[in-house]
Design a protein around this ligand. Sequence first.
Ligand SMILES: *[C@@H]1O[C@H](CO)[C@@H](O)[C@H](O)[C@H]1NC(C)=O
Ligand SMILES: *[C@@H]1O[C@H](CO)[C@@H](O)[C@H](O)[C@H]1NC(C)=O
Length: 495
Amino acid sequence: MLRASGRRLGAAVAPAVALAAALLSSLARCSLLGPSDPVASVLSPYFGTKTRYEDVNPGLVLDPEAPRRDPELLEGTCTPVQLVALIRHGTRYPTAKQIRKLRQLHGLLQARGRGSAGGRDLGAALADWPLGYADWMDGQLVEKGRQDMRQLALRLASLFPALFSRENYGRLRLLTSSKHRCVDSGAAFLQGLWQHYHPGLPPPDVADMECGPPRINDKLMRFFDHCEKFLTEVERNATALYHVEAFKTGPEMQNILKKVAATLQVPVNDLNADLIQVAFFTCSFDLAIKGVKSPWCDVFDIDDARVLEYLNDLKQYWKRGHGYTINSRSSCTLFQDIFQHLDKAVEQKQRLEKFSNLLPVFSKSQPISSPVILQFGHAETLLPLLSLMGYFKDKEPLTAYNYKEQMHRKFRSGHIVPYASNLIFVLYHCENAKTPKEQFQVQMLLNEKVLPLAHSQETVSLYEDLKNYYKDILQGCQNSEECELPKVNSTSDEL
Ligand SMILES: *[C@@H]1O[C@H](CO)[C@@H](O)[C@H](O)[C@H]1NC(C)=O
Ligand SMILES: *[C@@H]1O[C@H](CO)[C@@H](O)[C@H](O)[C@H]1NC(C)=O
């Protein structure tokens, strides 16, 4: 840490100053981190999209600036030219809808009177446990979510030091969904980078930063809101989530309902799957937001948690994943946009190479115009894109009736899109390439781990090969056509 801080401050700085700065920055970092051993629950692996990043990626969080080399990242003769990152917002508050349901459940417990059983009465403990969430919080980014982003920024900067160099700071390009939690995530990420460049100095307002605040672009980051076919056939279609509804009333959920009704001593008819789910999520919210293990976690055991995880995954599968083709096809604008960035980087890099061969004073290591592109969105942004690229596809669909068969499914949203999840494309330029085609290579990282490519299962691909594998999507998928409703013969309105 000392060494790293010293390096950043430059060799000219007196060692005492470097030491003071290192101490300051490590103090600041420690107070941001909170307890080094985060509060855990046995239920933590089953929270689906409400999973904490550190539960998926343990070991990453403790010293975000520790120099890190992923042995699977390309090194040596290949240097990263560009990084395009899609980042889900950090930890957030429950939505107003979830808070309303929680209040309903809380009211139910308070109304039920004191339990007859003496001793440990969970229902009474929950009735007395403060609700802790108010409507205004409605899905906003929490302090822990800002910390998620700052730390991700620090880790990415230490993983790709050349791309996140001080001189590239003004070249960063940030894009975000219009939702507050995403805009705020982008700002927190920039503040994390500021901390990296200027340890100990308080960050300025994001508007005053060199690269400016993240630009809002919902067409890209919330493409699902702009796809008429998706909206009609899935989002607003009462029967599209048939399997979710059927599972809610199926035997696995009914079991839990009966069990919870007995535990909390409330009539089973007062409960339903939605209230059970909100109780489960409240355990996850209290852990992720407040770092406390609340009595809500004591309502469930691991078997219950597995069932509730499946319920959450079923919804993601049919609404955002492989369940319907349009779910993933609606993301092809975003997919194409990523490859447009990469194409442009390849072109620029080739031009720079040519220049530097003609004019040796022209440095070969000159960065391209946008070496780092950061895009902030949602689980709903990442899941369709990963599905489009062919990831996490099980042989059989997830249905209301194959819970047991799907115990070992690939599609587990908690592993794919926890809070602060990120999908990163890294374009490399390789010096010793034998052919021009071999000069440009790509790696993908999901949640900071190298993601094997769908076509080869390798950790790296020639850029041309990757483009070739996805040529159907790159050439044959146009949102204007994909998202058009079949033969609706009315005056088409502008989207
Ligand atoms: C709603 O979803 C069901 C099930 O996928 C489908 O059969 C039906 O055509 C959809 N309705 C509309 C209006 O798209
Ligand atoms: C709508 O219907 C009319 C009459 O059937 C037809 O001539 C026209 O081509 C249709 N338009 C579209 C967009 O399908």
